[in-house]
Design a protein around this ligand. Structure first.
Ligand SMILES: [Zn+2]
Length: 268
């Protein structure tokens, strides 16, 4: 049986844009209908005016299936779960390039583990053109700290995922940005070092879940006057290789099938 997920990671860019009432580009993959419908129900047909994009690295769909309880913080704070198919090669800059440009790798140009600044139009360009203020909070040197540089927006780079999450919570409290994108590399890093189901990687997986729950709490605390979207958006999955280490990059269900979550909160 072909178990490839039908929702595509390239649909994410236009989905987020449409949730805010804007468009990225006709070249992009189309938005995910059910996400827009769910938002319409939650917001009574109005658009979101604050979005928190949480990007944990390498969270495979099979992790959600096999270690479901480790996603408790995500499940308790989201209303929509989607199986999503990533792109090839299933490595970080290629997949996050597709996520926020809405283009397949052959179109956006990153087709290997390289981190050039993307010159094509992306979600962040569309937000800026609409007069909105996005921010990227990520760890230094990682893909999301590199490929969307050179835009007129705010970038905050740190050494650890915890510092990134603290900064994102601080930005939410200040409430000066319309869209905040946060990157957490911890599961991916531990998985490569110890194998996908090792003790430390699985602790990182749960750490990501708790981080998502903390962002949900912060929405209630700081963004209560806004219509908000909170999304959990990993880039690709992973699998175990000889020697017990973890890897990804192949065209196989373990690497290609991922899971995304969305949450919608109307103004209080
Ligand atoms: Zn990755």
């Amino acid at each position: 049986m072909n178990t490839a997920n039908s929702v595509r990671i390239t649909q994410t860019a236009e989905t987020i844009a449409h949730l805010m009432g804007i468009e990225v580009s006709p070249a992009c993959d189309r938005p995910i209908d059910v996400v827009l419908k769910k938002a319409d129900k939650a917001f009574g047909g109005n658009k979101a005016d604050r979005v928190l994009l949480y990007n944990p690295d390498a969270i495979a769909l099979w992790l959600y299936q096999k270690y479901n309880w480790m996603f408790e913080g995500v499940m308790l704070n989201s209303e929509l779960t989607l199986p999503v198919r990533s792109v090839m090669p299933s490595v970080t800059p290629v997949c996050f390039g597709s996520m926020y440009t809405g283009l397949v790798p052959q179109e956006h140009g990153i087709m290997a583990y390289e981190k050039p600044v993307l010159k094509c139009r992306c979600l962040f360009d569309a937000l800026i053109d609409a007069g909105l203020k996005p921010a990227i909070v990520s760890t230094k040197g990682d893909s999301l700290s590199e490929i969307y540089l050179e835009r007129d927006m705010d970038y905050f780079f740190f050494d650890t995922p915890d510092e990134c999450n603290e900064k994102a919570l601080e930005l939410m409290k200040e409430d000066k940005h319309d869209v905040i994108m946060v990157y957490n590399a911890n599961y991916d890093a531990e998985m490569h070092r110890w194998a996908p189901e090792g003790e430390r990687p699985l602790e990182a997986l749960q750490h990501n879940s708790r981080a998502f729950a903390a962002f949900a709490d912060a929405i209630d605390k700081y963004w209560g006057e806004h219509r908000t979207v909170l999304a959990y958006l990993p880039d690709h999955g992973c699998h175990e290789i000889d020697g017990g280490l973890g890897s990804h990059g192949l065209d196989m269900p373990d690497d290609m099938n991922i899971v995304h979550f969305y949450s919608f909160r109307d103004k209080k």
